[in-house]
Write a protein that binds this ligand. Structure first.
Ligand code: PHE
Length: 502
């Protein structure tokens, strides 16, 4: 196996890789979704189940994806082709999906940017009717911030892996963590009122958890760890011999979980101390950070403006380092397959995603009288469901399945044989090798299938028949990926990191 690419365009240090991958993992999923999902699904009971999911399923899939990239030193299509040529179509799926996510994730990034910018005006005021709704439903303002956000991401990617992504992560991730710690301490010191928030967030309630809570925890773990999206395959491909896959994956998982947990520890105590009337059902939905938190900051007076700026800057960092990783997936593939220059490719992909984000911004914000909907969904929800409920488990499943069953030329149910095959291939996890093999072969793929099936059934129940539009669109997308792959990429070389020109 050739591992000499890292010197050309790859991560130079282990810590650089860990911070970049953690940057991908830590995003809106941690600072926004995790806290409200925890409070809605049984508090500490959810946290416990979540940690088990990360340990048993997430970390195993993470190792599989990083290693898939590392062994191939190439984009996801080539990485899967190197496992078994026909599987290359999965590579196309895990390039298409993050590209779709980029289109809506940068809309949310744009919102965050606007909230940070407006922190020092009295605009994030107590009244949502004059702040949130008019802003998001405006035709131009959210677009303006979305474009700026996308430009920031594109500039970092244009710098390449070591000078763009690695360098920025080494600054941004520690900054994020310091801001977070500061905010947590401040919020926990807001007086007696914080107790109610801690209880709301963490009081263990196993009856509120239920089976659906467990499935939610598992889905959240995948999303939060950026799995099934080609991102970890792409980043993994830029690692050389000096980077240990197992250790890195564990660090990324721990960091990601810690940040998610701490975010809730700041948010809920602050709400309960300053705005307890908002600690109900509203705090359990997406309105949490864009609608309720501004009210809380508003009640803090002058310091609230500083805190609001710090908080939203932290969310921007989190969202930015995540968007970089998903935009990178398509940039990597296109520049390797078509031997195009990285800067130009990034520019083109940013323009494509920017254009796609226009209808998404209008749809989710309710511009034009809220008329931009598909099959009854706003476009953001539509794409998010396709990407995260239906297709993400597919990507994660194939990563584990490939490592667990297809590295060995002669597929076998015998874990010891697979263990040897993996060692010969270059993956050695020391004392954890045996557990890893059993998990990656049997347990993790089965749990992923469970997430897929139960996740879709649950959504069908809650949304009703309109959810079929999401399932059918997802299947059509897979079909398109299969056709495109076999028509254009199956027989042809799809490039490796060595083919990149800068
Ligand atoms: N993990 C990111 C978050 O928690 C989102 C993301 C998903 C990023 C998939 C990359 C790939 O917000």
């Amino acid at each position: 196996m050739k591992n000499n690419q890292s010197s050309k365009n790859g991560f130079i240090s282990g810590i650089g890789f860990i911070l970049a991958a953690a940057g991908s993992a830590v995003g809106l999923g941690n600072l926004w979704a995790f806290p409200y999902k925890t409070s809605a699904n049984g508090g500490a009971a959810f946290v416990l189940v979540y940690i088990i999911c990360v340990a048993l399923v997430g970390s195993i899939a993470m190792i599989s994806e990083i290693y898939l990239g590392k062994r191939a030193q190439a984009n996801p299509v080539t990485a899967y082709k190197k496992i078994k040529r026909p599987l290359g179509f999965i590579g196309i799926v895990v390039i298409l999906i993050p590209t779709l996510i980029t289109c809506y994730y940068c809309v949310l990034g744009g919102w965050t940017l606007r909230y940070a910018v407006n922190s020092f005006q009295s605009i994030p005021s107590a009244n949502n009717a004059v702040t949130f709704a008019p802003f998001v439903s405006n035709v131009f303002e959210p677009l303006f911030y979305t474009v700026i956000f996308l430009i920031l991401a594109a500039l970092i990617i244009m710098g390449g892996i070591k000078d763009g992504i690695e360098k920025s992560s080494k600054i941004l991730m520690p900054a994020l963590f310091i801001i977070l710690i500061f905010i947590v301490i401040y919020c926990l010191c807001l007086g007696d009122g914080v107790k109610g928030g801690l209880e709301f967030y963490l009081k263990p309630d196993f009856s509120a958890l239920g089976f659906s809570g467990i499935i939610a925890a598992m889905g959240q773990a995948f999303f939060s760890l950026s799995l099934g999206m080609g991102a970890m395959i792409a980043y993994g491909s830029y690692t050389g011999e000096n980077i240990k896959v197992g250790k890195s994956a564990v660090m990324i998982c721990i960091f990601d979980t810690l940040v998610a947990f701490l975010a809730g520890l700041a948010i809920f105590p602050a709400i309960s101390a300053l705005s307890p009337e908002n600690l109900g059902a509203n705090a359990q939905g997406p309105g949490l950070i864009y609608q309720i938190l501004p009210k809380v900051f508003d009640k803090m007076g002058g310091i609230g403006q500083v805190l609001s700026f710090a908080f939203f800057s932290m969310v921007i960092i989190a969202a930015l380092t995540s968007v970089i990783s998903i935009l990178e997936v398509s940039v990597q593939f296109i520049s390797q397959k078509f031997k195009t220059n990285r800067k130009k490719t990034t520019l083109i992909m940013a323009i494509v995603c920017g254009l796609c984000s226009i209808p998404i911004t209008w749809s989710v914000g309710g511009a034009y009288g809220g008329k931009i909907v598909v099959f009854g969904f706003d476009l953001l929800t539509f794409l998010d469901e396709i990407a995260n409920t239906v297709l993400m488990p597919v990507g994660a499943f194939f990563a584990c399945f490939s490592i667990g069953w297809l590295i060995d030329k002669k597929p076998t149910v015998n874990p010891m044989k697979t263990l040897n095959a993996l060692k010969n291939d270059g993956l050695d996890l020391g004392a954890f090798s045996k557990i890893f093999v059993i998990m990656v072969k049997f347990v993790t793929p089965l749990l992923i299938l469970l997430v897929e099936i139960m996740g879709v059934i649950g959504k069908l129940q809650s949304y009703g028949n309109i959810y079929w539009s999401i399932i059918i669109t997802s299947l059509l997308l897979i079909a398109i990926c299969v056709i495109v792959f076999f028509a254009f990429f199956y027989k042809k070389d799809c490039g490796t990191n060595a083919d990149e020109i800068n």
